[in-house]
Design a protein around this ligand. Structure first.
Ligand code: HEC
Length: 151
């Protein structure tokens, strides 16, 4: 009788954990489409770095359009790929490949000051590229970052 009780509990737990799995899968499909969490304490480090990068880009865009220099002292590289994400299922090969593209483009922007316009445009292309695969919600924000965007 006791053993049957344990067995029963195991089966019930099995069913519950399966259901949990399917609900997290569903969550992943609409990834980032929903408005992000309102409570600032709940913002994960990766999301926080993304916000910082978007703010940097807002400022860099204006400076570069005025032919002012941007550098890595004012706009340091955000190593978001090693920060905790809201949804850890993004941490897969494609994500890290995209992150590497971004890192290379960003380093180039900071190192090669003679081609800031082209290099900045290339950085924004890597944001768009990754967001097309992972979380399309912020694309609305990213669409405002190109140099020729008109308010
Ligand atoms: C390698 C993939 C990748 C690249 C490159 C990338 N992002 Fe993201 N971005 C993500 C992922 C994944 C999230 C979700 C992060 C989270 O919620 O923890 C995100 C979230 C965001 C958010 C929403 C943050 C919030 O408020 O929750 C913004 C805004 C954003 N990214 C802007 C940018 C900008 C601007 C760039 C380029 C400068 C960029 N991203 C480059 C993958 C990427």
């Amino acid at each position: 009788m006791y053993k049957i009780g344990i067995l029963f509990i195991c089966i019930v737990m099995g069913i519950i954990s399966c259901e949990e799995n399917t609900s997290t899968k569903k969550l992943k499909e609409n990834d980032c489409e929903k408005p992000t969490i309102k409570d600032p304490n709940e913002v994960k480090p990766m999301a926080q770095m993304m916000r910082t990068m978007a703010n940097y880009c807002d400022t860099m865009r204006l400076k570069i359009n005025k032919n002012e220099w941007v550098d890595s002292v004012a706009f340091p590289l955000m190593p978001f790929w090693s920060a905790e994400p809201t949804d850890s299922s993004v941490l897969e090969t494609l994500f890290f490949d995209n992150a590497k593209r971004f890192e290379n483009a960003y380093r180039k922007l900071m190192q090669d000051q003679n081609h800031q316009k082209e290099n900045y445009t290339a950085v924004i292309a890597t944001c768009v590229h990754c967001h097309n695969s992972y979380c399309s919600g912020p694309l609305r924000r990213i669409k405002k970052l190109p140099l020729d965007y008109k308010e």
